[in-house]
Write a protein that binds this ligand. Structure first.
Ligand SMILES: NC(=O)c1ccc[n+]([C@@H]2O[C@H](COP(=O)([O-])OP(=O)(O)OC[C@H]3O[C@@H](n4cnc5c(N)ncnc54)[C@H](OP(=O)(O)O)[C@@H]3O)[C@@H](O)[C@H]2O)c1
Length: 319
């Protein structure tokens, strides 16, 4: 089976590429910058030029492809790209995939998007889900929760750098996941015919409230966090004022995102049912405590190495 992966340079996409190659799939990545994507080539993927915001570059990427995994989204730094990528580009991608008789299309969406139609990205995710379902291409949609990787920037780094952390005053739990595990589900679905034409709301096995994440980081960093709380209604006003949403862009957006992910209170039952369908045990999934522990160990080792190198340099100067 040959796969076209879109978003291969991204946080989730690179895990999908790595695991697909390890499993022996023929992997082609649609990329818009060969230099930035060179690591994917080194891993063994074929790179093909394609840019979702340039429609004519899309169909050639699909030649000889059996399945598409779309883990892309517009970068917050690409101003004005949201509609071009997440709506226009993806609409063309679906049409081109239909023409290319793609056997499975895996789309990475977001949880609860249908409830947040005022947020453009959520509205587009919802609209693309509908287009994909209507296209008659066999599909699997994953409505994803937040990724552990995003928590490093949101919690770990500010604590380490003694900067303030912004959280809402709601105590709602979010079932974050490691992208390695999300990738596992995406690839497993290719082998499970029963996951065809299904939508899965996928989250980690445990819901985390922000105060728990903060104490975990404080413990591991050996430092106390400076926490700023913002009421949810204030956040809604800010979001409405800007009328734009892209997580990672700024504080209000990131917090609005956590609200989206936390509105569903029935995570556990549905999550465990999904794990069963995908034959993945919940203890196989990386836990947030372990993810953070490994991050802090790696970071502290790096700091020790840098310190050691500095001492060596100073010694050399003295000599
Ligand atoms: N992050 C989360 O917490 C979260 C939560 C729920 C759902 N999701 C969904 O999960 C998926 C993966 O998210 P992520 O956080 O891994 O994304 P990410 O790290 O921001 O990566 C985005 C990817 O999309 C590619 N891309 C951007 N514009 C493109 C264009 N014009 N043409 C082709 N490719 C383009 C980027 O390529 P370049 O390297 O060239 O920029 C990159 O590979 C997305 O669909 C996202 O909506 C994410």
């Amino acid at each position: 089976m040959s796969l076209l992966i879109i978003g291969g340079t991204g946080t989730l996409g690179r895990q999908v590429v790595l695991q697909a190659l390890t499993k022996g799939y023929k992997v082609r990545c649609m990329v818009r910058n060969f230099r930035r994507a060179n690591f994917l080539k080194e891993w063994g993927a074929e790179l093909v030029y394609g840019d979702l915001s340039i429609p004519e570059t899309i169909p050639p990427c699909l030649q000889g492809i059996t399945a598409v995994i779309d883990a892309s989204t517009s970068r917050p730094s690409d101003l004005d790209a949201l509609k071009k990528v997440d709506w226009d580009g993806k609409s063309v991608l679906i049409e081109a995939s239909k023409a290319a008789k793609i056997k499975r299309f895996i789309f990475c969406s977001t949880q609860n998007n249908e409830q947040f139609k005022t947020i453009p990205l959520m509205e587009m995710k919802q609209g693309i889900e509908v287009k994909l379902k209507d296209s008659q291409i066999p599909y699997t949609i994953f409505r994803l929760s937040g990724f552990y990787q995003g928590l490093i920037e949101q919690y770990a780094i500010p604590i380490l750098e003694n900067l303030p952390i912004w959280v809402t005053n709601e105590n709602t739990a979010v079932s974050y996941m490691d992208t390695q595990d999300v990738a596992k589900f995406c690839l497993r679905s290719l082998q499970l015919p029963e996951t065809e034409n299904k939508t899965y709301i996928l989250g980690g096995p445990k819901g985390w409230v922000s105060s728990e994440i903060i104490s975990l980081c404080e413990q591991l960093a050996g430092q106390t966090a400076k926490v700023n709380r913002i009421p949810l209604f204030g956040l809604k006003l800010i979001s409405q004022f800007f009328g734009f949403f892209e997580w990672g862009q700024n504080i209000s957006d990131r917090l609005a995102f956590s609200e989206i992910l936390s509105i569903d209170s029935n995570f556990s039952k549905s999550t465990f049912d999904i794990y069963k369908t995908f034959k993945i045990e919940s203890n196989e999934v990386i836990q947030l405590d372990d993810y953070f522990l490994e991050y802090f160990i790696r970071l502290l080792k790096r700091l020790r190495d840098i310190n050691f190198e500095d001492v060596q340099k100073q010694k050399n100067l003295v000599i």
